[in-house]
Design a protein around this ligand. Structure first.
Ligand SMILES: [Zn+2]
Length: 324
């Protein structure tokens, strides 16, 4: 059997035809942002899917189902509920709209849950039963799998560890709360930490020599990306290293708290900031260890996602079809 994975993002919608082994046979994308009407959007996505299936000499009866990863995607209701970064507003009933074109199961969840399930079915968590996935990017998301099942909770949106409080009374988060993990460990949060560290440093040592590969203090702080910061940290830039060490501390504590909650065998990490490598991972593992209850010592590893960064969204969505 085959499945279709759809990742609905604010800018692009990625669609992939996936075989049983988790290989994406074909993919295409649409500009999500060019639609304001959800029915028209689903019609366009459905047309792409049908063309893709036909081009691969398959038919709709070969499809096990359609999995959708979307911001605020709710497994129970099948709706995308008031996603802030979509041009299509309100509560969008994805399951109902897709059912107009396909009679196979249509399963929807949020993107971090999809990533966690993708890791379980096709990635480094194959054969595991208890994992947590943290996604670091524009936001900080998480998906929790307990005893082989995706944790959905009473609302269908369990696993929002990015909005667990890391600093009481801290920075204002995109959600309106104060001090969420996301306000510190998302790309925006990491850049803010760097700006704070840099301002403190420049007030005292503005004329310190800068070595090759470090961030040049003459570059406007607003032009520095998380990738620039990661490259500088890997070249030994002390301010970039300090930024990732602080980020790592928040993430490590959040992970130790999460282990106390669901005792996973492994915590997986994905997203741009996680690709920085050692400048983040070494202090993260240290903070995790320091804050972990002794009875969980050596029970849970921290690993990078083993799915290709370009494939994870489609595979995660497609994996939702396998949900038990
Ligand atoms: Zn928040």
């Amino acid at each position: 059997m085959y499945s279709i994975g759809i990742d609905i993002g604010g800018t692009n919608t990625d669609i992939g035809l996936v075989n049983e082994n988790g290989t994406i046979l074909e993919r295409c994308n649409l500009k999500t942002g060019s639609f304001t009407d959800f029915e028209c959007y689903v019609q366009a996505v459905a047309s792409e899917i049908k063309t893709m299936i036909g081009r691969n000499n398959l038919s709709l009866s070969d499809m096990e189902g359609i999995g959708i990863g979307a911001p605020n995607g709710n497994y129970y209701s099948g709706c995308i509920e008031n996603a802030m970064n979509l041009t299509m507003r309100g509560v969008l009933n994805a399951r109902k709209e897709f059912a107009k074109y396909f009679d196979c199961p249509v399963v929807l969840s949020n993107d971090a849950n999809a990533a966690a399930y993708g890791e379980l079915i096709y990635g480094g968590a194959k054969g595991m039963k208890n994992i947590i996935m943290f996604t670091m990017g524009t936001g900080v998301g998480s998906g929790i799998i307990v005893d082989g099942r995706l944790l959905l909770g009473s609302t269908g949106s369990a696993g929002e560890l990015g909005h667990a409080i890391a600093v009481p009374g801290g920075r204002t988060c995109s959600c309106g709360l104060h001090g969420c993990l996301e306000a510190y460990a998302s790309i925006r949060g990491i850049l803010q930490t760097y700006r704070e560290i840099r301002a403190e440093h420049d007030a005292l040592h503005a004329n310190d020599p800068v070595k090759e590969g470090w961030i040049d203090p003459s570059i406007s702080i607003n032009e520095i990306s998380c990738r620039n910061l990661g490259n500088a940290a890997n070249q030994g830039d002390p301010l970039a290293l300090k930024t990732f060490a602080m980020t790592a501390r928040y993430m490590g504590i959040a992970m130790a708290n999460a282990v106390a909650f669901s005792s996973p065998e492994a915590i997986f990490l994905m997203g741009g900031p996680a690709q920085v490598g050692d400048p983040l991972l070494i202090p993260l593992r240290q903070a995790f260890k320091e804050n972990l209850l002794y009875s969980f010592d050596n029970t849970c590893s921290i690993q990078m996602s083993q799915l290709n960064a370009n494939d994870v969204a489609i595979l995660g969505a497609a994996a939702l079809i396998k949900m038990k």
